[in-house]
Design a protein around this ligand. Structure first.
Ligand SMILES: Cc1cc2nc3c(=O)[nH]c(=O)nc-3n(C[C@H](O)[C@H](O)[C@H](O)COP(=O)(O)OP(=O)(O)OC[C@H]3O[C@@H](n4cnc5c(N)ncnc54)[C@H](O)[C@@H]3O)c2cc1C
Length: 344
């Protein structure tokens, strides 16, 4: 179907929120174009391909709580894009390892976290390596300008899914209410690091050799995942993703990425008995997420309004408007898509 009267939308950001919104609008017959500053879709569900391993450097897994998200996750499961993980989860308290069995439903992308976002982006118009720097409104329609001064549009609607501090700069010249709403959402930073090894990790006494992930109660670390113990990656060599606690990330925001990775690996090593040596490292690195996780998010008491819409065709969605998880981001984008489709 191709009709000149189909509404048009530009969506800034091809993370899970932007893609969820795009899918709803596309199904409703809108003409949607996604603009993504990175080289591919994924956002904070991205993975990095190294010579020895594919490591997830953003979300490590996601949980399923809401019915609409459960239905969506079931389609991903059937398509082989996700699989349950982790189900062998440990917790470290005072350097002591305990098996954590809470029975919660969790999934990881297969064979990488970004399998989900790549799948969702299929068939949609997506401009990558395209950072939108400003918006202009003319005759009731929106034009976008990118970092290379190229113009895109016009569009009837613009959906911004960038973390709120970045979204604020785009909406401020056009809508003070939206800009103010962005100010109320705090996104905290997180350092993510990875280390690849030439051998599997040695077994620590009292810990099952096939542990998949571990959460930490204190210290610099909050989560460590074994990438080769994730679904679809059994053939790759041993590698860890190490996520720092948010407070530690804030205190070490300007540290060099290799120093961060070494510090986090040392912290992990200290939780193992002295007799358990780490294998030789073949690759190590880090990624700083300046806006990793909403600490104060906007939905709060009004969880049904997990997005923002203005009368002039601007809209905001993403985890900052609902909560700090993949599921929250998806729901925010999904709900905004339905609200826009219903408004047409
Ligand atoms: C290290 C880390 C670990 C996490 N672990 C978990 C976990 O285990 N479980 C869980 O449920 N959640 C986890 N999360 C949170 C989860 O990843 C996020 O809540 C979710 O992915 C956010 O999706 P989003 O679409 O709202 O935002 P994003 O994924 O950030 O998408 C926004 C997109 O907009 C793009 N963009 C920004 N500005 C522009 C611009 N000007 N022009 C064009 N494009 C732009 C960005 O590149 C990005 O791709 C984690 C996050 C991090 C950082």
């Amino acid at each position: 179907m191709s009709s000149p009267t189909r509404p048009t939308a530009a969506i800034i950001g091809a993370g899970i929120a932007g893609l969820a919104c795009a899918r709803v609008l596309d199904e409703a017959g809108w003409r949607v174009t996604l603009f993504e500053k990175s080289r591919g879709p994924g956002g904070r569900m991205t993975s990095r391909s190294l010579a020895a391993a594919t490591v997830d450097i953003g979300a490590q897994f996601f949980s399923v709580r809401h019915e609409a998200f459960r239905r969506e996750a079931e389609t991903w499961l059937k398509a082989g894009l996700i699989a349950p993980w982790p189900w062998k989860l440990w917790r470290v308290t005072n350097d002591s390892w305990h098996y954590r069995h809470d029975g919660r439903e969790r999934y990881a992308g297969k064979p990488r976290m970004s399998a989900v976002t790549r799948h969702l982006s299929r068939g949609l118009a997506l401009e990558v390596s395209c950072r939108i720097v400003s918006l202009a409104r003319d005759n009731g329609r929106w034009t976008l300008q990118d970092q290379a001064r190229q113009h895109h549009g016009p569009f009837d609607h613009v959906v911004i899914t960038a973390p709120s501090p970045q979204a604020q700069g785009l909406v401020a010249p056009h809508d003070s209410r939206l800009a103010e709403a962005c100010e109320g959402v705090i996104q905290r930073p997180c350092w993510a690091a990875w280390a690849c090894f030439d051998q599997p990790l040695a077994t620590a006494p009292g810990v099952s050799p096939d542990w998949q992930a571990v959460m930490f109660s204190d210290g610099p670390l909050r989560f460590v995942a074994r990438n080769d113990h994730k679904p679809g990656r059994e053939q790759q060599g041993e590698s860890l993703t190490l996520l720092a606690r948010l407070e530690w990330s804030e205190a070490h925001l300007e540290m060099h990425e290799t120093s961060v990775a070494n510090s986090l690996l040392t912290a992990f090593r200290k939780t193992l008995p002295d007799t358990t040596a780490l294998p030789a490292i073949t690759a190590i690195g880090g990624h700083r997420w300046r806006y990793a996780q909403p600490d104060v998010f906007a939905a709060g008491e009004a969880i049904n309004r997990d997005y923002r819409l203005s009368a002039n065709g601007l809209a905001l969605c993403g985890d900052g408007w609902r909560g700090p998880r993949v599921e929250d981001a998806w729901l925010s984008g999904h709900h905004l898509g339905h609200a826009l489709a219903a408004s047409d």
